[in-house]
Design a protein around this ligand. Sequence first.
Ligand code: NAD
Length: 207
Amino acid sequence: MRYHKIPDETIRRLPIYLRGLLFLSEAGQQSVSSRDLADFLGANPPQIRKDFSYFGDFGTRGVGYKVDTLARQIRKILKLDVVHKAALVGVGNLGSVVLAYQGFKVYGFDIAAAFDIDSKKIGRKISNITIENVSNLRTLKKRKIDIGIITVPRDAAQETAEALVNAGAKGILNFSPCYITVPKKVKVITIDIAMDLARLPYYMPSS
Ligand code: NAD
């Protein structure tokens, strides 16, 4: 099932709701009101109710939302109800940390392969993943890997994106600080901590 009319802003908030719901579920909580969920997430209740109304009203007046049902529904909308295999390219400082992080599994992501150009790194293991020569990228489709994670230096980002797309990637998480161009059918999300940091002082009180 596709949910055609969910705005991007809501889609952006759904993983945050999911993270909160998973935490509550782990703590043994079965239901939650939009107010309590809002307090817990630092969000506002009308926004949460509006967001949830896009995919049906699962709340019961006086009882709230069933935590597990809502989490399941959000997973389905985000297509996190299946395992997604990802490949990471560029196993340097950042790539090694991303590769070792176990927190992606909760959302159904399996970083199943890692690639580098440096012969000294090829063959080494991080978190049970053997670093492969970047020329092996063409094997992605056969291995059912359709997400690419780019952690190479900026000047290698575009060529890496192209190699990933040619190998069958349909989604790319780009950590390199640059804009990359890909065919329209491929979704790119760029993450840049420096950009977030760069707007932080603006909001800080002057001393
Ligand atoms: P690094 O130099 O430690 O690692 C880069 C790795 O990429 C190396 O192992 C290198 O051998 C490999 N590499 C280079 N060219 C390649 C190619 N064509 N194919 C495959 N592998 C290749 O760098 P780092 O500190 O890990 O940073 C990596 C990237 O992440 C940089 O673009 C950096 O600007 C970016 N970065 C982003 C954030 C963020 O907030 N998004 C934070 C830190 C770093």
